[in-house]
Write a protein that binds this ligand. Structure first.
Ligand code: MV4
Length: 456
């Protein structure tokens, strides 16, 4: 269904920090006016300063601001924005929000509500992919109702297993269980966390695959259903299931396996009626078997490394797709060039079990030079609020090959200067300097092997 709009005159950005700035930049390059909404805690933030307009929508708590649907819709209507970009996190995959946008004649820049709803339940999505022949991790058929049912299914599959929240996302709501004696306690923890974090205590389970790679395929599908894959990202380096460092392409996939994963994701997206930009996640074992685990129906933090190796601006593609335009490129025009690595610079203290840190940025010197990109909302004097996630900056290094990307990232992290708040830069230097990372033998066990606890 084509919309009459060739593009938008004005887009409201319902997010904050580096991703709000990222969308403001894409809008500016496309001649689209940008409106950011902000909480009282973000009144002096860089997105507020750089956007064309800024509207304060409430107090610091997310429920009063970035999750406050009536306030966001009102800001969009008052400002005359035709569309809302949700960024990632917050309301980015909330089908109620997408529906309310539609009811108010606002374009939600993301998959349509029915697609968000279809892919919201990770257990249902697993079943849908399995039913069209995509390999999934051995696990339960749907949700588990009781701990004893979980015990029975786990016995049949074999330990260790992973309990997962069907409404989980961003690595939250997962528990690894290595023996029957642990299961009751982990079951109760997983359900409690799912209930409090997502308002949904639905739990399913999968065999816990050890020492695998976490490979995600970047997919784009236009309104006509034409699907294309922009290559894959390797996100195996996670701590407590939160990504820390990502790279593209994966250093460990053969060309054949790369093509097979891309085709599987593209075909599944087309067959299941996916629309817009999305990510299909897989686990890949040492024998080259891959298993689907989940779909992320949103722009991801690590979209940057895909942009660096393809030259395609994913936010601009989202804005184009949202007006009903076809993709601005054909599959034949997708060329993967070079290698990119992203380090997430977080306000957390690696020496203190990565405890989140608050504070005021005193000095901020961003690296630059060949192959370096910085996506950050930091500036000297910026007060890092304690209400939101700890991401301060993303340092992205591109090189003709992986070795050059690593060398550039090491140079960039040496140049990066942030004082006034503790960050995890030292941790990134340790990973980048380690033989195991440099060898490319990257698996979900990398942090364990470096002596950093990775699993919750
Ligand atoms: C898994 C897994 C092993 N087995 N599922 C983590 C975040 C989320 N997107 C999916 N994740 C995983 N799911 C099964 N059945 C391993 C991961 C995983 C991981 C786990 C522990 C430590 C680091 C990890 C890094 C990437 C993925």
């Amino acid at each position: 269904m084509r919309r009459p709009l060739l593009s938008f005159d004005k887009v409201l950005i319902a997010n904050r920090g580096e991703i709000a700035l990222r969308v403001v930049r894409a809008c500016r390059e496309m001649g689209i006016a940008s409106v950011v909404v902000y909480s009282e805690a973000d009144a002096h933030s860089l997105p507020v300063h750089l956007a064309d307009e800024a509207i304060c929508i409430g107090g610091p708590a997310p429920r009063d601001s970035y999750l406050n649907i009536p306030a966001i819709i009102s800001a969009a209507l008052i400002s005359g924005a035709q569309a809302i970009h949700p960024g990632y996190g917050f309301l980015s995959e909330d089908f109620d929000f997408a529906e309310v946008c539609k009811e108010h004649g606002l374009v939600f820049i993301g998959p349509p509500p029915e697609v968000l709803q279809r892919f919201h339940d990770k257990s249902e999505t697993r079943g849908a992919l399995r039913d069209i022949g995509v390999p999934v991790v051995p696990g339960s058929e749907g949700l588990l109702r009781t701990a004893s049912e979980a015990l029975r299914v786990a016995e049949a599959i074999g330990y260790p297993i992973m309990l997962k929240a069907r409404a989980g996302g961003g690595g939250r709501g997962m528990r690894r269980v290595s023996s029957p004696s642990e299961l009751q306690r982990m079951w109760e923890q997983a359900r409690a966390e799912a209930r409090s974090s997502f308002g949904d205590e639905g739990i399913y389970l999968e065999k816990n695959l050890e020492g695998v790679r976490h490979i995600e395929a970047q997919i784009l599908v236009d309104d006509a259903g034409a699907a294309v894959c922009l290559g894959e990202r390797d996100c195996s380096i996670q701590r407590r299931h939160q990504k820390i460092l990502e790279e593209a392409p994966s250093p460990t996939l053969s060309e054949e396996l790369r093509r097979s994963i891309a085709r599987t994701a593209t075909d599944a997206a087309a067959e299941l009626g996916y629309r817009g930009l999305g990510t299909f996640e897989f686990l890949v074992d040492r024998s080259g078997n891959f298993y689907f685990i989940e779909v992320n129906a949103r722009l991801q933090v690590e979209h940057t490394v895909t942009e660096c190796i393809t030259g395609i601006d994913l936010v601009k593609e989202q804005l184009r797709l949202a007006t009903g335009e076809p993709l601005s490129f054909s599959p034949e025009q997708v060329w993967i060039n070079g290698h990119a690595i992203e380090c997430r610079i977080n306000a957390e203290d690696p020496a203190n079990n990565f405890a989140p840190m608050a504070g005021t940025v005193q000095t901020y010197l961003a690296p630059s030079g060949p192959g370096i990109r910085i996506d950050s909302h930091l500036f000297p004097g910026y007060e890092v609020p304690a209400y939101y996630d700890s991401l301060l900056a993303k340092v992205i290094a591109w090189g003709r090959d992986r070795a050059e990307a690593i060398a550039r990232m090491q140079r960039a992290l040496d140049e990066l200067t942030i004082t006034g708040i503790v960050t995890n830069v030292a941790f990134h230097k340790r990973v980048l300097g380690s033989d195991i990372f440099r060898s490319g033998e990257v698996t979900t066990h990398l942090l364990d092997m470096l002596g950093v606890e990775a699993i919750a």
